[in-house]
Ligand binder design. Structure first.
Ligand SMILES: NC(=O)c1ccc[n+]([C@@H]2O[C@H](COP(=O)([O-])OP(=O)(O)OC[C@H]3O[C@@H](n4cnc5c(N)ncnc54)[C@H](O)[C@@H]3O)[C@@H](O)[C@H]2O)c1
Length: 379
């Protein structure tokens, strides 16, 4: 058994998701020869990092990420901090020969992403970006069905990611809690934060995107900035819709907003092929809906597949309980961590690598460019 010593940077939402995942991997994937060990956690907030280490079982703490990446007792650096730090940490960690698991979006823009992908490739270190939705069993099942040819030629792909937490003008921008609304910390708004998930899943399921045309809107033009205490212009996109053409000839329609009153995290996709359609919804994440035109006429209709079966029918599910008992959001991170550990054993890349995630970044950038230019953008 090889101990893989994890150095986590950032003990917020994703820090918790990654820590939980590493703690679960040895229990639910006992055959893996690489076992994650929670060696060190780093957060610039010295008040929270010690308590976090105790709560999740880290052996040590740091408050400066540079110290963490220089430590010889760290094998994998996990980047779970706001987007503006991803490039600098990843490039420095690669130079130290560390393997890297980076949260999405990969970076603030494609120039940063190119630098990051080149850095891990030059260093020859394992790398992966945390587009965790790929590893939801129902989404993985959709991938298997599409790859088997069940849908035939694909005509349409549509996807949404809808939230409503920004509707109040009193929500500030910047600072620890609302860095996502500050363009300097996040790089973009819903495009990099939410549509990036939709785009990664779409590319995975339906192949590359070649042209886009987009519109964005910033509904609330000024918000108080936590760091200055002053009202400042908002630089992010609050909402974004775009049309696209995929390499396989199908048409795409995407929408994301943080102003869809009543929707908290409604990530959906639907794909329509010549023989069948599939649809999925994060609020009902253990179900995959399928319409198969080859079903006998009297019973032809949408079926709701409860993705909980064993025997290899439903990806990842035999790791968990018994057929019929469902799992949740956090399990996608457990699957991701397990697949990453497995890849260290086999030496195979674990998708999406930095290079893979750069494709999503390029689509995000084309979307934003198209919206500001008011024209189609080519990739
Ligand atoms: N895969 C997903 O579905 C998913 C979901 C949420 C967030 N994310 C991504 O994860 C990353 C982190 O998001 P989050 O929601 O966990 O944020 P968060 O605000 O909950 O936590 C960020 C943590 O980073 C710490 N931090 C900030 N700057 C730091 C620095 N320079 N050095 C060390 N620590 C620092 C903060 O103190 C905080 O504890 C972002 O890139 C985000 O886009 C991905």
């Amino acid at each position: 058994m090889t101990k893989i010593r994890i150095g986590l940077i950032g003990c917020g939402f994703m820090g918790r998701a990654h820590s939980n995942a590493h703690n679960r991997v040895p229990n639910f994937f006992p055959e893996l020869k690489c076992k994650p060990v929670l060696q060190a956690v780093c957060d610039s907030n010295a008040d929270c990092v010690k308590g976090f280490a105790e709560q999740w079982g880290y052996a040590s703490t740091e408050t400066d990420w540079r110290k963490l990446i220089e430590r010889p007792d760290i094998d994998v650096v996990e980047i779970c901090v706001p987007n503006k730090y991803h490039r600098e940490i990843a490039v420095a960690a690669a130079a130290q020969g560390k393997m890297i698991l980076c949260e999405k979006p990969l970076c603030m823009n494609t120039a940063e992403g190119e630098e990051m992908a080149a850095a891990v490739e030059k260093a020859g270190v394992a790398n992966m970006v945390s587009y965790n939705y790929r590893r939801m069993p129902a989404v993985s099942l959709a991938k298997a069905l599409i790859d088997s040819g069940k849908l035939g030629r694909i005509y349409h792909y549509r996807s949404n990611f809808l939230q409503d937490w920004c509707i109040s003008a009193s929500v500030p921008q910047g600072g620890d809690s609302t860095w996502r609304l500050d363009v300097g910390s996040a790089g973009s708004g819903v495009t990099g934060d939410l549509l990036a998930h939709c785009i990664d899943t779409a590319i995975w399921l339906n192949g590359g995107i070649k042209t886009v045309t987009a519109m964005t809107e910033t509904f609330i033009k000024e918000r108080m900035h936590v760091e200055t205490g002053k009202m400042q212009p908002v630089g992010i996109d609050d909402a974004c819709s775009f049309l696209c053409r995929f390499d396989n000839g199908s048409l795409g329609l995407f929408e994301s907003t943080r102003y869809a009153c009543g929707h908290k995290a409604l990530f959906t996709f639907e794909i329509n092929g010549e023989h069948a359609s599939l649809k999925w919804d994060l609020h009902d994440l253990h179900r995959l809906e399928m319409f198969d035109h080859n079903d006998p006429g009297p019973v032809r209709g949408w079926r709701s597949i409860h993705v909980t079966d064993h025997g290899g029918d439903h990806p990842y599910m035999e790791r968990w309980w018994v057929p019929g008992l469902q799992i949740g959001y956090e399990h996608s991170f457990v699957h991701q961590a397990a697949d990453f550990m497995k890849s260290l054993e086999t030496g195979e890349p674990c998708s999406p690598t930095f290079r893979d995630a750069l494709k999503t970044q390029a689509v995000c950038e084309a979307v934003l460019n198209s919206a500001s230019a008011g024209s189609w953008a080519l990739l």
